[in-house]
Design a protein around this ligand. Structure first.
Ligand code: GLC
Length: 421
């Protein structure tokens, strides 16, 4: 009740700035991961009530890769049916020209956001999307099972695999036949780029393309990191993991069938939901490293809201983006979905810390997270990523060795780069 009242008041205040002369009908396309659409609907209802506008949701698949392909087609065709797009942090350089510059509209609030996140959505001086939430993955672990076998949350990948194997074997022996040691995202899509970047970077193998544009991926440490991951398939990870995205890994985890899971913070609130078999039984730690002393590496993720250049109701669309990224809306998103806020002040918010105790600890983790090479590869990022995840997927599937696949990848990326990115 209290929230609804404040949300309505905020929406009304926003609309005072961008009052359309008559109520508009707009639409927002958004990902169906977890309870994202449910929360959006609740917030859209509040926005509708305050403004008289109508907002419909265009439901998108969970996969970032599938969303990107669809959005690129719609935007290239000048589609007028979608006003607001929920956009992945890596897309800004590629879709910038199709989105409205939000710099003026956001000038009263932009200083409240983390500057690095605003920078990631700024292309040639234009703010092409407003940050909705940020993302940095965790190693989810079953506290009850680790305690039962006297284990600590693992610091290295090998420690993780050894603990996973021991608990998997012992629990299976005791009748838990469906238990696996570790689930992650092994499907050939953007999520695998994120997972593999973490394995490589935390092993000292670089970040695919370095900040200065150098292609660094063909090296022994990177190949070693992929070989290590290949060893998990069919031993501590189900063979089907090669087709898992976030939601499939969460499905296995949340039914109580995994000791460890690599996933994004959204899985925390869902894992503690009333219908979850692991409610109250797990905690999160930073991802492991190759050996003591290596730097833990989480890939930087996150989602934003952009207004289409082809929208015929840009004022209403901008007001909606401001409403959904406001302090009140982000607070509700943090409490209900455990999505990490992009507003600095919310990391000191007591209600958020009480609802999602891991969250204050996650601020340094996303601030030190590893960016994917979207800023260096610019408009070619999607091709870079798809070549990378293909090489990784082949290596994990035993289709060529990691060393061979990375050598081919280097040659491919070199010709894609040409004279410059
Ligand atoms: C998460 C991240 C996003 C990433 C995606 C990959 O949604 O926030 O940045 O691209 O996972 O599956």
């Amino acid at each position: 009740m209290k929230f609804r009242f404040t949300a309505v008041a905020i929406a009304a205040a926003l609309i005072g700035v961008a009052q359309p002369s008559f109520a508009a009908s707009i639409s927002i396309s958004a990902s169906s991961t977890g309870k994202n659409l449910e929360l959006f609907r609740k917030q859209l209802d509040a926005f509708e009530k305050a403004t008289g506008n109508k907002v419909s949701i265009v439901t998108m698949p969970s996969s970032s890769t599938e969303q990107f392909s669809q959005y690129r087609l719609w935007l290239a065709a000048g589609n007028k049916d979608v006003d607001v797009y929920q956009t992945d942090v890596i897309w800004a350089p590629q879709l910038a020209d199709q989105f409205v510059d939000l710099k003026d509209a956001a000038k009263d609030v932009v200083g409240d956001f983390f500057p690095s996140i605003i920078a990631s959505q700024t292309v040639n001086g234009r703010l092409v999307a407003m940050p909705l939430y940020t993302d940095a993955p965790a190693l989810f672990y079953r506290k009850d099972l680790l305690d039962k076998y006297g284990k600590q949350p693992p610091k290295t990948w090998d420690e993780m695999a050894a603990t996973a194997k021991e608990i998997q074997e012992k629990e299976r022996g005791a009748g838990q036949k469906d238990l696996w040691g570790f689930v992650f995202q092994g499907n050939a899509y953007e999520g695998l780029t994120c997972n593999a970047l973490e394995w490589v970077k935390s092993s000292g193998g670089g970040q695919i393309i370095e900040a200065d544009g150098t292609i660094s991926i063909n090296n022994e440490k990177a190949a070693g990191a992929l070989d290590r991951a290949k060893g998990w398939i069919g031993t501590i990870s189900p063979p089907g993991v090669l087709a898992y995205q976030e939601e499939e890994s969460r499905g296995v985890w949340q039914t109580g069938n995994a000791v460890f899971m690599r996933n994004w913070p959204y899985a925390y609130a869902l894992g503690n939901g009333a219908d979850s078999a692991v409610k109250g039984k797990f905690d999160v730690a930073t991802l492991p490293v190759a050996k003591d002393g290596d730097t833990p590496s989480s890939t930087l993720g996150g989602w934003n809201l952009a207004v289409s250049k082809y929208s015929q109701n840009q004022d209403a669309a901008i007001a909606l983006v401001k409403f959904l990224t406001s302090q009140e809306s982000q607070k509700q998103r943090a409490i209900e979905l455990s999505n990490l806020p992009t507003l600095q002040a919310l990391y000191d918010d007591k209600d958020i810390a009480a609802a999602q105790p891991f969250m204050p600890n996650w601020k340094p983790i996303f601030q030190n997270a590893v960016p994917r090479p979207s800023a260096s590869a610019k408009v070619k990022y999607n091709e870079v990523s798809s070549k990378f995840w293909t090489a990784v997927h082949n290596s994990l599937s035993g289709n060529g060795t990691s060393a061979e696949n990375l050598e081919l990848l280097e040659a491919d990326l070199t010709s894609l780069k040409g004279d410059n990115w």
